[in-house]
Design a protein around this ligand. Structure first.
Ligand code: SAM
Length: 252
């Protein structure tokens, strides 16, 4: 009889779960919030997520004719902007693991007339189903913290970038201002789940949101992970006092 030892575990918010269960736990969150995702984003961030995303687009350097992957693209905020930038000769792929989020995103983009240069792929960031050296730019906005094996995902992203291609990771991060941290903690753990309950009747998913943010690697750690994945010129910019950080790296 072989001793297989304890099952590997990972975190799902503050909970420790078997590693193999995290994908379905995260799927449950996004199936539940998909229909109200955009309303909640505006409410929770008081519209500030639009500024964070605008800065990401500006940093991306995307131009007409480029190939762009909006990974964990959800309801397509970044995809829409990239679709305008790359024009008819370019292409944007919105990839996401969750079919409910893709469906809301696809319907929204088609309603707004974003057709022609946008396509949709259901995929796990850890195993991207694209050939090597495909994209000029990859963005992953508020997605990486939900991924089980972040190192594997970063390597997968580097593989599908063209040499010289850019990866931009927009994600919640760590503030170093004690007063801001206190206000932010109170808001995240006491007010946010209540807004979630009111709007989506789902307090747990918004508690997971707050917990997953606290469990996500800080700015310096994520920068190191990008370097380990083989990206160069890695750097980050804090936004809103470090509540959010935009990490940038290039495939050599
Ligand atoms: N990027 C969009 C935005 O900024 O509004 C959506 C962000 S939403 C908070 C996170 C998205 O990550 C969800 O749509 C979820 O399905 C997706 N996601 C979670 N784990 C993933 C994975 N392993 N691979 C790809 N997408 C994933």
């Amino acid at each position: 009889m072989s001793d297989q030892g304890p099952k590997p575990t990972t975190h799902f918010g503050f909970k420790e779960v078997p590693t193999g269960d995290k994908v379905s736990a995260v799927a449950g969150v996004f199936h539940s919030v998909a229909a109200k995702y955009d309303v909640m984003n505006d409410l929770m961030s008081m519209g500030i997520h639009r500024i964070w995303k605008r800065q990401t687009i500006e940093m991306s350097g995307v131009r007409a004719g480029d190939s762009v992957l909006d990974l964990a693209g959800g309801t397509g905020d970044l995809t829409m902007r990239f679709s305008d930038l790359v024009g008819p000769k370019g292409q944007v792929i919105l990839a996401d693991i969750n079919e409910s989020m893709i469906k809301v995103g696809r319907d929204r983009l088609i309603d707004k007339g974003f057709v022609g240069n946008v396509s949709y792929v259901q995929a796990n960031a850890e195993e991207l189903p694209f050939p090597d050296n495909t994209f000029d730019c990859i963005t992953i906005a508020f997605g990486l913290r939900n991924v089980t094996d972040k190192d594997k995902a970063l390597v997968s992203m580097r593989r599908v970038l063209k040499p010289g291609g850019r990866l931009l990771v927009l994600e919640f991060s760590k503030t170093d201002n004690p007063l801001l941290t206190k206000v932010y903690d109170t808001y995240s753990f006491n007010i946010l789940p209540k807004i979630g309950k009111l709007i989506t009747n789902d307090e747990d998913s918004y508690r997971y949101l707050a917990e997953s943010i606290r469990m996500h690697p800080d700015q310096a750690t994520l920068k190191g992970m990008m370097e380990t994945a083989g990206l160069v010129n890695c750097r980050f910019h804090n936004m809103t006092g470090g509540i959010v950080a935009l990490h940038y790296g290039v495939k050599p």
